[in-house]
Design a protein. Structure first.
Length: 318
């Protein structure tokens, strides 16, 4: 007995490919639950049809040949369970998701998938200051310039500011201490992202504590480093910033400055005109907590579905 394969049937023999793609397109604008109610199907059936649609979109795009890539780790569940996501920063879409951790061996899998011919054509690799990523990239894409992205650098500075906040909280008592209590995220957030109440709390805190006020102003000003068009001017700004730390009792900031010195080449690389790419795309995906449930299957299809829904990718429509 032979079973004939009909090209117009979907992976689920109860539905045609045409219907599967209709469901997939609906899932781009609606939740799976809402689509299931609309077409009167089970949630798991709609999810499977959506994945089939996404698989076809990825097949049509083919293996990419990126000029600039963004590399980041994604936490898929509580604890230290990571996967690596690589994005094309020019086309602003994810191109690979995998590995078993955030080691150089896991990132090697991406370059193996991409192939040596396309790997050597990569001109820029944006990543955090993680040695494993840098090691793998230098080995597999030797022509790529290494650039440490602004988000991760500023996150280290934010952690230094939080250490100063904790030191002040321990040092003070009474009313002076009350200004600091519960203000961690007010202090670490950018001023433009605070609501009216948050801005009032921030103003009160900075007025009451001179050391935190100095640390906050230095943190806000450091972002200017990425505005310079030449490495010389960027270096001059950084030297002035370091000089501002003298006599300020800001030891966590001094350690941060030492870290910047060790990684200066990867930060200053952004000053070159050919390296001016968007640094926020990868982290924009990583910031959202909604992706965790999408990644339980550990597959790129699930991650691509998530990206498609967030409208962060520009895969072709069917």
């Amino acid at each position: 007995m032979k079973r004939e394969k009909l090209p117009w049937l979907s992976d689920n023999p109860f539905y045609t490919k045409r219907f599967a793609f209709f469901v997939g397109r609906r899932c781009r604008k609606m939740t799976i639950q809402d689509v299931a109610k609309e077409v009167k199907l089970d949630w798991h059936t709609v999810k499977a049809l959506e994945k089939q649609y996404m698989t076809e979109q990825l097949r049509r795009t083919g293996t990419p040949g990126p000029r600039a890539i963004g590399i980041d780790e994604i936490s898929i569940r509580k604890g230290h369970t990571y996967r690596i996501v690589v994005s094309d920063l020019v086309r602003k879409r994810p191109i690979w998701f995998g590995g078993v951790d955030r080691s150089s061996k896991s990132l090697d899998l991406f370059y193996q998938w991409l192939g040596p011919k396309k790997s050597v054509k990569i001109e820029l690799a944006v990543m955090d200051m993680w040695k494993a990523f840098e090691k793998s990239t230098k080995k597999n894409a030797p022509k790529a310039a290494i650039l440490y992205d602004k988000f991760h650098v500023m996150r280290h500075l934010g952690e230094a500011l939080d250490k100063i906040r904790k030191e002040e909280y321990k040092r003070l008592s009474g009313k002076d201490r009350s200004y600091i209590k519960g203000q961690k995220y007010t202090l670490l957030s950018r001023k433009e992202n605070l609501n009216l109440e948050g801005r009032r709390s921030l103003k009160k805190l900075l007025s009451a504590n001179k050391r935190l006020n100095t640390a906050y102003l230095l943190k806000e000003s450091f972002g200017q480093l990425w505005d310079y068009g030449t490495e010389g001017w960027a270096r001059r700004f950084f030297e002035h910033w370091k000089d501002s730390l003298k006599w300020q009792r800001l030891e966590p900031y001094k350690k941060f400055a030492e870290m910047i010195e060790r990684h200066w080449d990867g930060i200053a690389a952004y000053c070159k005109a050919e390296n001016k790419v968007s640094l926020g795309f990868v982290e924009g995906l990583n910031r959202s907590e909604e992706h965790t449930s999408e990644l339980q299957s550990h597959s790129f299809i699930s991650y691509a579905v998530f990206c498609l829904k967030k409208k962060k990718t520009t895969l072709a429509n069917t």
